[in-house]
Design a protein around this ligand. Structure first.
Ligand SMILES: CC(C)(COP(=O)(O)OP(=O)(O)OC[C@H]1O[C@@H](n2cnc3c(N)ncnc32)[C@H](O)[C@@H]1OP(=O)(O)O)[C@@H](O)C(=O)NCCC(=O)NCCS
Length: 148
């Protein structure tokens, strides 16, 4: 599907966005492991942590949270609100951070939507962490492939 959202705006946000990130995260991960505003405040206080929010029109639609240490960047979380899904926003958020260099992340083996998205963005499997999540499910470790 080709995204047709001409009004996308990407904004790097700081610790002041913790309540917004918590609300977006709760909506996106409903029924799953939700991070509260205090968690985002702590994460955003760590050196190298950056939140990138995507707005459609003036409405926050999702975000990606990354942490860069030396030359490696980890995706800490990625969330798109349900009403904005399958429009290319998740992919565009990932594409925005690809220039950071080597990117790695964990994704649940049962998260088919996210696995497909990362595959579409060129990520490949680098490892497998058994019982990584609180619910006992395994995680795949994925790493970005350098673009030519
Ligand atoms: C995973 C998530 C971020 C995807 O966001 P999105 O904006 O809907 O993704 P995109 O529209 O950019 O999709 C890009 C591609 O990923 C794949 N994809 C995305 N959602 C999918 C789904 N539900 N089923 C199958 N493939 C899917 C498709 O290949 C899609 O391309 P297409 O629409 O052209 O077929 C979103 O579903 C979400 O927030 N989920 C809950 C939180 C989560 O799981 N975060 C990831 C943690 S690692």
């Amino acid at each position: 599907m080709t995204p047709s959202l001409p009004d996308l705006i990407f904004q790097v946000t700081g610790v002041e966005s913790a309540p917004l990130l918590a609300a977006l995260h709760e909506e996106a991960f409903a029924g799953g492991e939700v991070w509260d505003a205090d968690s985002f405040t702590s994460l955003l206080g760590l050196p190298g942590t950056e939140a990138l929010v995507v707005l459609e029109g003036n409405e926050p639609a999702g975000f990606i949270l990354t942490r860069t240490v030396m030359d490696e960047t980890e995706v800490l979380t990625l969330a798109v609100r349900p009403s904005f899904r399958r429009l290319g926003l998740g992919k565009s958020l990932v594409e925005q951070i690809l220039p950071k260099g080597k990117i790695f992340l964990e994704v649940s083996i049962s998260n088919n939507a996210a696995k497909k998205l990362y595959d579409r963005c060129g990520f490949i499997k680098a490892g497998h962490r058994r019982r990584y999540y609180r619910d006992g499910s395994d995680a795949l470790v994925l790493v970005s492939t350098p673009s030519e």
